[in-house]
Design a protein around this ligand. Structure first.
Ligand SMILES: [Zn+2]
Length: 389
């Protein structure tokens, strides 16, 4: 591992000096010298180049944003191998990692049922292997199936503790709301804990840093686990109904300029994370995902198109036609409208008339009581769920 790190760092310096930006050019100018200097299994050298290019790319992004950054350096100990380089026995978990020509180590990986579910399914191919002092990471990959033709559209607005919007088919429209109230509670709890920690450890910046980082990691894991439940439910429901999912594109900050709401959303980690989960799960399930520009979605009337320029309260009320709707559901309807306007296949499948919306029908996409209660649930979050169900 330390030798691999050395090769990566040498490669970074070579690439940095001569401003090389492609792996191909780097390997052209550095392979011969590095492979002569280092007696390692030859396939590790291109892997090291890949890691080096990754470091440099992150470095360029940092400098572009105007942050000062020194020449990047890989500090972590790691080893990365492509799937031709290592051998893994998919039933026993025996892993064979080559070191040099005719020399290798064998280790036995403990496999859980979850691991086996991937390894026993031949449609999951093995990807690269990353070895660090405390873990072995093997990526798995699968070709995504062709997405199905949508007959239904689920359009949702992403909020702090729910996804809200509408389900529309040719025949009818209904409100859909997927709450995840525990996420807000987990975040608030950790926010308080972090502040308390920061105060208590104010005298020791180093200890404070370590503890705060750990808090941050635990919070992310807790939130992520809950978001996984939501994204799984949504994608499952979409697949069962042959639906497409429409989300707002968080990377666009549309023509409406940046409002405070937009800024908060762009910087909000759970939003990006839940979209990331929905997108990859949808791709695996063959559910099409469409992203639309979110500008004005919370301030437009879906019936007559009038916009409000002032603040919208909990309920959106149109000043032109008296349309009234919960603000978050309203935003979901506008997201659907934007998608229909820009996507012909959707427009053919769905007719959306907000006026036909039946207020009393809320389609239950997310059923808390059907969820297995994970042992890792945090007390505060779990209590709240129990209260909701
Ligand atoms: Zn209106």
């Amino acid at each position: 591992m330390s030798e691999f790190r050395l090769i990566v760092n040498k490669a970074i310096r070579i690439a940095y000096r001569s401003d090389i930006r492609s792996r191909f050019r780097l390997s052209h100018s550095a392979y011969a010298s590095l492979s002569a200097e280092h007696d390692v299994y030859k396939q590790y050298i291109p892997s090291a180049f890949e890691v080096a290019m990754g470091c440099l790319k992150a470095h360029r992004r940092r400098t572009r944003r105007g942050r000062r950054a020194s020449v990047p350096y890989l500090r972590r100990l790691l080893l990365k191998a492509e799937n031709q380089a290592y051998r893994l026995d998919r039933t026993t978990g025996q892993l064979r990692i080559p070191l040099r020509a005719r020399e290798h180590v064998v280790m036995s990986l403990p496999l859980s049922d979850w691991h086996r579910s991937f390894l026993s399914d031949p449609s999951w191919g093995l990807g690269s292997l990353t070895l660090t002092p405390d873990r072995v990471i093997i990526t798995v990959r699968k070709g995504a199936p062709e997405p199905h033709t949508p007959e239904v559209v689920i359009a949702v607005d992403t909020n702090e503790d729910s996804l809200d919007g509408v389900v529309a088919s040719r025949a009818e429209v209904a409100i859909v709301s997927i709450p995840f109230p525990e996420v807000r509670i987990v975040r608030a709890t950790h926010f308080r804990r972090r502040r308390r920690l920061a105060r208590r450890k104010a005298y020791d910046r180093r200890v404070q840093r370590i503890l705060l980082d750990r808090e941050g990691r635990r919070e992310r894991n807790r939130v992520r686990q809950r978001l996984h439940r939501v994204s799984k439910q949504l994608v499952g429901a979409a697949k069962a109904r042959s639906a497409a999912i429409v989300l707002e594109d968080l990377k666009l900050n549309g023509a409406g300029g940046r409002s405070r709401r937009m800024n908060r959303r762009l910087s909000s980690w759970p939003h990006g994370e839940i979209h990331r989960q929905i997108e990859y799960k949808a791709a695996l399930a063959g559910v099409p995902v469409i992203k639309v520009n979110p500008a004005w979605t919370s301030k437009t009337c879906p019936v007559c198109g009038a916009r409000r320029r002032d603040r919208v309260g909990k309920v959106f009320v149109c000043l032109a036609c008296d349309w009234e709707m919960d603000r978050q559901i309203n935003a979901g309807m506008n997201i659907l409208k934007t998608a229909l306007a820009s996507n012909e296949a959707l427009a053919r499948a769905v007719r959306f008339q907000p006026g036909a919306l039946r207020h009393d029908v809320v389609i239950p996409l997310y059923d808390f009581s059907a969820q297995p209660r994970g042992a890792r649930d945090e007390p505060s979050g779990a209590e709240y769920v129990a209260a909701v169900t």
